[in-house]
Write a protein that binds this ligand. Structure first.
Ligand code: BTN
Length: 247
């Protein structure tokens, strides 16, 4: 599925595509509307961080969905589908792509894409979802304090057409979203786990300054990370409650 002209709003400059999309939702925008920007003055990252992106170099967009068919308790499945669609698109172009829990897209030990999903809930189900994605495409120099950014251009030496990458993402995303609508949760959960950074490895984690060795068992419906220690003890962590120790 490609996006039609009617579904895409292209802006030279905007404060944040996510905020713009939320305003469109308030104005009853159609499901599937995409807001694409060449530059964001205040691109939002997770945890209130700023998302660095040089003008005209990267893919910056937000997609509007109304997933009222999905229980609020299952909302992390949307995040899984978004991460998997990005991984699928990137794997065609580069190697060593993975998802760093909960939803950073990595190439080796560097971050190539970030995802910021903002949901509203009505009753027991989701009402709206703004899926914001920043994918580093053609930028060659990063200047912010973000620890480890990388772009497709830096990895391959090639220039990529930003809107073609967007179309590839959209097609892949809708196909995976269809699996979600059909209730194929186990397929999504398994593929997400398979593509997870550190999956199937005993690795060092840190919680409140204390390091321990564990391996990933699964990611729960709320996005919680379930880790098993060598003693067999299984514990659950929400985002930022635990960190990977990078040696
Ligand atoms: C992260 O911190 O990893 C998430 C980054 C998400 C950035 C994208 S860029 C397009 C969309 N609009 C925003 O303001 N943020 C997201």
């Amino acid at each position: 599925m490609n996006i039609t002209d009617k579904n895409i709003i292209i802006l030279d400059e905007v404060e944040s595509t996510n905020n713009y999309a939320k305003q469109l939702i308030a104005d009853k925008a159609e499901e599937g509307t995409v807001v694409l920007a060449h530059y964001q003055e205040n691109g939002k990252g997770q945890q209130g961080n700023f998302w660095e992106s040089e003008a005209n170099k990267n893919l910056l967009f937000s997609l509007i969905l109304y997933p009222n068919w999905l229980g609020a308790g299952k909302q992390f499945l949307i995040s899984k589908v978004v991460s998997l669609a990005l991984v699928e698109v990137l794997k065609i172009k580069i190697e060593d792509v993975s998802i760093k829990w909960p939803n950073d897209i990595y190439v080796g030990s560097k971050k190539i894409a970030g995802i910021l999903i903002e949901n509203t809930i009505k009753g027991t189900n989701l009402e709206s979802s703004v899926i914001g994605i920043g994918l580093n495409v053609n930028q060659e120099l990063f200047v912010s304090s973000a620890p480890n950014p990388i772009s497709l251009k830096q990895l391959t030496g090639n220039y990529f057409q930003i809107q073609s990458v967007l179309n590839e993402f959209i097609a892949t995303f809708y196909s995976l979203l269809n699996d979600l609508k059909q209730g194929n949760y186990s397929k999504i959960n398994e593929t997400y786990l398979l593509n997870l950074f550190g999956n199937n490895e005993w690795r060092l984690y840190r919680k409140e300054g204390k390091e321990f060795v564990a391996r990933i068992v699964e990611i729960g419906n709320f996005g919680q990370l379930k880790l098993e220690e060598k003693s067999g003890l299984i514990s659950e962590f929400m985002f930022k409650e635990v960190e990977f120790v990078v040696l």
